[in-house]
Write a protein that binds this ligand. Structure first.
Ligand code: OSB
Ligand code: MG
Length: 369
């Protein structure tokens, strides 16, 4: 592949409803959409999952734009690429900035799959024709609001409910949810809102039969997670703590978790995601695909990686209509009975609607070798 030009666009999309986590509330989604064009005219799409502000991790839309403009795109333009697997090795000497790296790597994977005439799923080695998904529900104004949403999403067929928690919105809330829905697959995501000193509160969740508790402690702390996991019945799933294959290896070795949430952006791309997937398979650690309130492009990448064997738990890739009035892909991602049918067209398998992209674009710049 000879990359002829890459266009970065800053898109701004209003969420249908605010999404609240332990670290803040999202009303709009600002992100970078990447279009990579080959000398033969083929087009690949990628999406950066870095948010506008450094809440979830240290990356932001601006740091990603800077990394892409000043380091990653120049490296990409330096020489042709035979296979997208080369992209992450070419970027390896640059520390971290995984979301920026993943965004452009994703566009190259899409481009490569399209030029090979196969789906992104196939080129990654995925075999599933449909994937199971759950839904992530933000912190609500009242428990009644939460129960209503769970009722609604359960009736739509979502395979498991993930409830965001934080100190003060945890044990009592989960107890009520359990009382109303004794049989649903239920989990909680703390987004690092607790410390080991909150042990009693976390231990109290054991009685509700959660499929897992996601990232209770600090992003950087796989040691305390290991101490906590040793005392909890509920499996710990790590999200924010896993940035790489090496992090996953160490967390597994220490016993810091029993499940891993793979987010393509958080770990630097599809190649690294696949490596982590394979490592977890070897060690009997189930994985699932997390979400970052993506537009359709990021969603399509998530669907493709989820077709790999060891994605055995439902992910957070909900339908486009759960987030957006109008997504930027055609057709939008739909969920029936908790399942997404994996698209069979080459690459990401969805058409990007350029009119819709235009409507959401607040800044754009094109780069050439
Ligand atoms: O921790 O998985 C998370 C949203 C924003 C930031 C972090 C997370 C989330 C979600 C929503 O849980 C996942 C989604 O629906 O895309
Ligand atoms: Mg999470």
């Amino acid at each position: 592949m000879n990359i002829q030009r890459v266009t970065l666009r800053h898109l701004q999309m209003d969420l249908k409803a605010p999404f609240t986590t332990s670290f803040g509330t999202f009303k709009t989604k600002d992100f970078i959409l990447i279009e990579a064009v080959d000398s033969e005219g083929a087009v690949g799409w990628g999406e950066s999952v870095a948010f506008h502000s450094p809440w979830y991790n240290e990356e932001t839309l601006k740091t990603n734009w800077h990394m892409l403009e000043d380091y990653l795109l120049p490296l990409l333009f330096k020489e042709p690429i035979q296979h997208p697997g080369e992209v992450s090795s070419r970027f390896a000497f640059i520390r971290k900035n995984y979301m920026a790296k993943a965004a452009i790597e994703g566009a190259i994977w899409d481009l490569y799959a399209k030029m090979s005439g196969v789906t992104l799923s196939q080129v990654l080695g995925g075999e599933k024709k449909e994937i199971e998904v759950g839904i992530s529900i933000g912190i609500q104004p009242t428990v009644q609001d939460l129960l209503k949403l769970i009722e609604e999403y359960a009736s739509e067929g979502y395979r498991r409910m993930k409830v965001k928690i934080k100190p003060g919105w945890d044990v009592d809330v989960i107890r009520e949810v359990r009382q109303h829905f004794p049989d649903i697959a239920l989990m909680a995501d703390a987004n690092s809102a607790y410390r080991l000193t909150d042990f009693d509160r976390l231990k109290a969740l054991d009685e509700f039969g959660l499929t897992m508790i996601e990232q209770p402690l600090s992003p950087d702390d796989i040691v305390d997670h290991a101490k906590l996991q040793a005392e909890l019945q509920t499996p710990i799933c790590l999200d924010e703590s896993i940035h790489s294959y090496e992090d996953a290896r160490k967390a597994i070795e220490l016993g810091s978790c029993k499940i891993i949430n793979i987010k393509i952006g958080r770990v630097g791309g599809l190649s690294e995601s696949k490596r982590i997937h394979d490592l977890c398979l070897e060690h009997g650690i189930p994985v699932w695909c997390g979400g970052m309130l993506e537009s359709g492009v990021g969603r399509a990448h998530n669907i493709a990686i989820t077709t790999l064997d060891n994605f055995i738990m439902p992910g957070d890739t909900a339908a486009s209509s759960r987030y957006w009035d109008r997504d930027i892909i055609e057709p939008g991602v739909t969920v029936h009975n908790g399942l997404i049918t994996v698209p069979d067209q080459p690459g990401i398998g969805y058409e990007v609607n350029r009119c819709q992209v235009e409507e959401y674009t607040v800044a754009t710049k094109t780069y050439r070798p």
